[in-house]
Design a binder for this molecule. Structure first.
Ligand code: PBG
Length: 331
């Protein structure tokens, strides 16, 4: 056998773990996560069938779960409420009830852990009897400007309860600027906005809608969420969100949209977030439960890939689990 005459053999830089670590480009730590949690007003935690390991948490269950997450270094959570059907209306007015589930929960979290970063979702779908992120007009279309008014009231109610970061996921036009103005007017100049900048009309949100019972009662979300075929449009949304005062921008879903994360990363100096959504979680969990994938390795790989694409921070249902794995490595 004759040797290949190669001066360059990339494999030498992969010879052993020490050398590989010299030039490992992407790092994943607990500081890179926001942990999404589902809550409800009930007394017990209710497991979510399509998201093994996740539950609609009771008030006590939430405190237990946040305690566990904090114990491994997770510093931020984002809350999603399951609202009683009796409180759902066409205008979603429960979304700005100062005594509602979300404001009560924010207050409870901040009282126990003042330094915990609490992120809140702004959109009407959990509160809407139509299951849409905005108010449905007579012709079935989603009304933009009147929805933005409701979103501003929702954001102010959340800030008043102690939210640190307001995250509008509704995709209405002009909502970032309007929410910024509304917050500032009420004196909340220190409350940040994490804009869902490029949020796609994705089938990967299915388990989330089951978790919250928030699926649209009719139609779909394609008149406000983006077409999965597009990425230039993400840059248009980015330019608007930046001009309107967003502090951080987000791409969602994450795994199937790594190219969009990269494009947004290259086009902005703002921190970029990516949301590994419920369907991505469900796929990885289901295959792992069947023994078809090695859960720990595949989850870590999926998250490193999202970071490598350009995300600074990741919203992931695996956050606490990843924290536990990383803590185990350090011991
Ligand atoms: C709705 C909202 C959705 C998610 C976060 N906020 C669902 C939707 O737009 O229908 C999805 C998150 C996930 O799937 O994990 N405002």
């Amino acid at each position: 056998m004759s040797l290949l005459r190669l001066r360059s053999r990339p494999r030498r830089n992969r010879n052993d773990a020490v050398v590989r670590a010299f030039h490992s480009e992407t790092h994943l730590g607990v500081q890179h996560f926001i942990y999404p949690l589902f809550i409800h007003g009930g007394e017990v935690d209710v497991p979510i069938g399509s998201m093994p390991g996740c539950s609609r948490l009771s008030p006590a269950g939430l405190l237990r779960e946040v305690e566990r997450a904090r114990a491994v270094g997770i510093g931020a959570v984002v809350l999603f409420p399951a609202i009683d059907d009796a409180l759902k209306t066409p205008d979603g007015r429960e979304s700005y009830n100062a005594a509602g589930l979300i404001p009560r929960t924010i207050a409870a979290l901040k009282e126990r852990w003042p330094e915990l970063v609490v992120v809140t979702d702004v959109a009407l779908d959990p509160y809407s009897s139509d299951g849409h992120d905005g108010i449905v007009g007579p012709d079935g279309r989603i009304l933009n400007d009147v929805t933005v008014e409701a979103l501003c009231r929702q954001a102010v109610a959340q800030a008043r309860a102690g939210a640190d970061v307001i995250a509008p996921s509704d995709m209405m036009d002009g909502r970032v600027g309007a929410i910024r103005d509304a917050l500032d007017q009420e004196g909340f100049t220190g409350v940040s906005i994490l804009a869902y900048t490029a949020k796609y009309a994705s089938a990967f949100y299915g388990p989330f809608r089951e978790a919250l019972d928030s699926a649209p009662r009719s139609g779909d979300k394609k008149t406000y969420q983006m077409d999965p075929a597009n990425s230039r449009e993400a840059l248009r949304e980015l330019a608007l969100d930046e001009a309107e005062g967003a502090d951080m921008v987000m791409v969602k879903p994450a795994g199937p949209y790594l190219d969009v994360i990269r494009r947004v990363r290259e086009a902005t100096t703002l921190p970029v977030a990516a949301y590994q959504v419920s369907g991505e979680y469900a796929m990885l969990k289901a295959a792992s439960e069947r023994g078809w994938l090695d859960e720990r390795r595949v989850v870590m790989e999926s998250l490193v890939a999202i970071r490598r694409a350009g995300a600074d921070v990741i919203l992931s249902y695996f956050a606490r689990q990843v924290g536990e794995w990383l803590a185990g490595e350090r011991r």
